[in-house]
Design a protein around this ligand. Structure first.
Ligand code: NAP
Length: 294
C-alpha cells in the first residue's frame, strides 16, 4: 500500500469527531462509525457504516479512538468488530489511550491476518484534536509508520516513533505519570501560598520562569487558586490512565508512590462526584485537607 487514501474512523467522541473531520477536510475518502450512531451525522462529507466491521471493509487504514481497553477490544475483536472487515495489507492505527499489554495482544491477532497495527496515542487535548496539533507517540514497526505518515499529518504537530508494539502506550503512560506529579506538586504549592495569604498571581509569575516552571503551573494554577475546575481533561480519564501506568509498573516491579497517591486522591474525587471536572481538581483534595475551603 503506497500513500493510503481510503480510511475508516471508529469512535467519534470529544477527540475522534474533530480528528475524523480533519481527515475528510484533508481530502481523504473517510467512512465513520460510532456506537451512538447519530454522532456520525456530525462529520460532514463522510460515509457512514453500521458496524466497525462494515467500516473496515476495503479500507487502507482504519483508525480507532475509544475510551478504554475493553472498548477497544470490543470494536476490534468483538462481534462485528473491525478485525472481521480488515483486508490483509491494511493498517489499524489505534489512537486511544489503553493498556500496552492488551495492545500487543491485539497487534499479534491482527498480524496473523496480515494486518499491521500501530499504537498511536496522543497528547494535546480537544484543542489539539480540532487544530491538528496533537503530539502522537507511535509504537509498532517503523516501516509501517512510514507507509501511513501521510494520514497522520492532518492530525498532528509531532509524530514520534518510540519503538515496537506497545511502546506508544507505555510512552503515554509515562506522560500521565509525569503530569500526575506535576499537578499534585503545583496544587500543594498553591495551597501553601494561599494559607500564607500571599498574592498568588505574583507568586506564579515569580516562579514560572525558574526551575518550577511547567505547563501545569502556567495553564492550571489559576483553577487551583480560584478553586474552580472547568474542562480540560476529565479526572476519570486521567485516573484510568494512571491505572494503566500502575499496572505496567507492577508487572515490571517498579514502585511509583507518587502516581499511586494521585490515583487514590482521584479515586476519592470521582467517588464524591467530581470525575467529570478537570484534573486540576487534585487541588480540591489538597485545599480541603488544608482547611482552605472551610
Ligand atoms: P469520549 O468523548 O468519552 O468518547 C469516547 C468514544 O468511545 C465515543 O465515541 C464512544 O462511543 C466510544 N466508545 C466507548 N466505549 C465504547 C464501546 N464499548 N464500544 C464502542 N464504542 C465505544 O472520550 P475522548 O475524550 O474522545 O477520549 C478518547 C480516548 O482519547 C481516550 O482513551 C482518552 O483517554 C484519550 N485522550 C483524550 C484526551 C482528551 O483531552 N479528551 C486527550 C488525549 C487522549 P459513544 O459515542 O457511543 O459513547
Amino acid at each position: 500500500m503506497e500513500n493510503p487514501t481510503k480510511l475508516a474512523f471508529i469512535g467519534l467522541g470529544t477527540m475522534g469527531a474533530p480528528m475524523a473531520q480533519r481527515l475528510v477536510d484533508a481530502g481523504f475518502e473517510v467512512t465513520v462509525h460510532n456506537r451512538t450512531r447519530e454522532r456520525e451525522e456530525g462529520i460532514a462529507g463522510a460515509a457512514r457504516a453500521e458496524s466497525p466491521q462494515r467500516a473496515a471493509e476495503g479500507q487502507d487504514v482504519v483508525f480507532t479512538m475509544v475510551s478504554d481497553t475493553p472498548d477497544l477490544e470490543a470494536v476490534i475483536g468483538g462481534e462485528n468488530g473491525a478485525m472481521h472487515g480488515l483486508s490483509a495489507g491494511a493498517v489499524l492505527i489505534d489512537m486511544s489511550t489503553v493498556s500496552p499489554s492488551a495492545t500487543q495482544e491485539l497487534a499479534e491477532k491482527l498480524a496473523s491476518r496480515g494486518v499491521d497495527m500501530l499504537d498511536a496515542p496522543v497528547s494535546g487535548g480537544s484543542e489539539g484534536a480540532k487544530n491538528g496539533t496533537l503530539a502522537v507517540m507511535v509504537g509498532g514497526q517503523a516501516e509501517v509508520l512510514e507507509r501511513v505518515r501521510n494520514v497522520l499529518s492532518p492530525l498532528a504537530k509531532t509524530v514520534t516513533y518510540v519503538g515496537p508494539s506497545g511502546s506508544g502506550q507505555l510512552t503515554k503512560a509515562i506522560n500521565q505519570v509525569v503530569i500526575a506529579g506535576t499537578y499534585a506538586a503545583v496544587a500543594e504549592g498553591m495551597a501553601l501560598g494561599l494559607a500564607a495569604g500571599l498574592e498568588m498571581d505574583a507568586v506564579v509569575t515569580a516562579i514560572a520562569g525558574g526551575a518550577a516552571g511547567s505547563w501545569v503551573l502556567e495553564n492550571r494554577s489559576g483553577n487551583m487558586i480560584q478553586g474552580e475546575y472547568p474542562l480540560g481533561f476529565r479526572t476519570r480519564l486521567h485516573r484510568k490512565d494512571l491505572g494503566i501506568a500502575l499496572e505496567a509498573a507492577r508487572a515490571l516491579g517498579v514502585p511509583l508512590p507518587v502516581a499511586a497517591l494521585v490515583e487514590q486522591l482521584e479515586t476519592g474525587l470521582i467517588k464524591r462526584g467530581y470525575g467529570d471536572e478537570d484534573v486540576s481538581n487534585i487541588a480540591r483534595a489538597v485545599r480541603e485537607n488544608a482547611g482552605l475551603d472551610d
